[in-house]
Structure formats: C-alpha cells, structure tokens
Write a protein that binds this ligand. Sequence first.
Ligand SMILES: C[S@@+](CC[C@H](N)C(=O)[O-])C[C@H]1O[C@@H](n2cnc3c(N)ncnc32)[C@H](O)[C@@H]1O
Length: 211
Amino acid sequence: MANITKRQFKRYCDIVYNECGINLTEEKWQLLNARIGKRIRKLGVQPEKYLSMIEKDPDELNSFLDAVSTNHTYFFRESKTFKFLDTSCRNIWCTACSSGEEPYSLLTYCLELGFEPSILATDISDSCLEKARRAIYPKKSLAHIPKHMIKRYFQKGVGKWEDHVRLKKHISRMVKFEKFNLLKDFPPSKNFDIIFCRNVMIYFDIPTKEK
Ligand SMILES: C[S@@+](CC[C@H](N)C(=O)[O-])C[C@H]1O[C@@H](n2cnc3c(N)ncnc32)[C@H](O)[C@@H]1O
C-alpha cells in the first residue's frame, strides 16, 4: 500500500484521465494504492515525490500507466463480436490489444474462414505490446480455443516452458503491433474495414468517447 491521501489520489486520477482517458472513480482508491505501492517501495520514495517524478519523466509515466491500467483479456473473449468478421474484413485494427490474445483470436478466426487479413494491433502499454509480440502464453489460456485450432496454430513449450504454448512463428508474424494512445496519437492514414475498441471504450466518459 502506498497510503496516498485523497488530494494525491485526485492528482493521480487527473494524470490517468489526461494521459489515457480512463476515469478512475473513488472506489479505485485502494486499487491505486496497492498498484503504485509496489513501485514506490522499489524506488524508495513517498507518494508526493512519485507524483512529481511521473510529471517530469515520460518513462516513469509509462510505468505508472502500466501499473494502474487493467489489461485483463483472453483468447476468444466475447467471441459473439466475431460474427461481424467476414471475407470483406481484409484490414482490421484492434485498438486496445493488451497482451495479444484478441488480435491473435481475430487472425486465427479469419484464417479459419479461409483468408489472411492484415491486422494492426495497438495498445498504450509497452509491457503489453512486448508480451503480445513474444506470443507466449500459459497453457491454461487455451481454454476457450477449439481443439483443432490449438493444434493448427500453437506450439507446445518444452522443458521449463512445458506449462506454456507459443503461437507458431509464421502465424504471430502476421500481426503488426504498434504503440498507440487512442486519446493522443494521430490515427493511421490507412482505411480499415473493421475497428475493434473492445473493453477500452467502456472506461472512457462520454466526452472522451465522443472525441
Ligand atoms: C481490459 S484490456 C482489453 C483488451 C482486449 N481489447 C479485450 O477485449 O480483451 C484494456 C486495454 O486498453 C489499453 N488502454 C487503456 N487506455 C488506452 C488508450 N488511451 N489508448 C490505447 N490503449 C489503451 C490498456 O493498456 C489495456 O491493455
């Protein structure tokens, strides 16, 4: 726990809101305390000092946003949305791809439909993008993937990786990952046939959604 005061909580919330559009409510006070507590202890600083650090240092700001954001995702999550995919969806943008499970699900789903789409997968979080590019996941994350697709698209880990699987290299290479902040960055000039903003827009307030 970082034991941040109400006033400091408000300043932290303003930073999160201004940087990534996420509106942290009062109930998130404990959560924020817990998540930044670890980082503050590691750096050996007080919450007030940490505020000035993230205001001045873009790398620390990145680590802070990483620590407070919710990255929960899994393969074939809310797969009912996949019914919008058909062979006309050649260019897909997955805008909050977290650790890659969503764009890899979209990709393998399209491959099963018989075509290879061009997928741009973006997220604000560097650490998520790193995991996504690595494409290594715990075995248990395969729970929602049909068996025949597991065989076709994943490789089993061996030795110390035996509890993990990896997307086959020629498959993971089909997704292009880039850092992108929905709130601040200039959208790609490319036209997309379908854009997924799943489980990120829900954290934005109405003015941010409209923007
Ligand atoms: C809950 S995950 C959703 C993952 C995936 N879309 C899904 O539905 O399973 C939310 C993701 O949104 C990202 N995110 C939050 N604010 C963002 C912003 N302003 N721009 C881009 N990504 C953002 C977070 O880093 C996180 O990976």
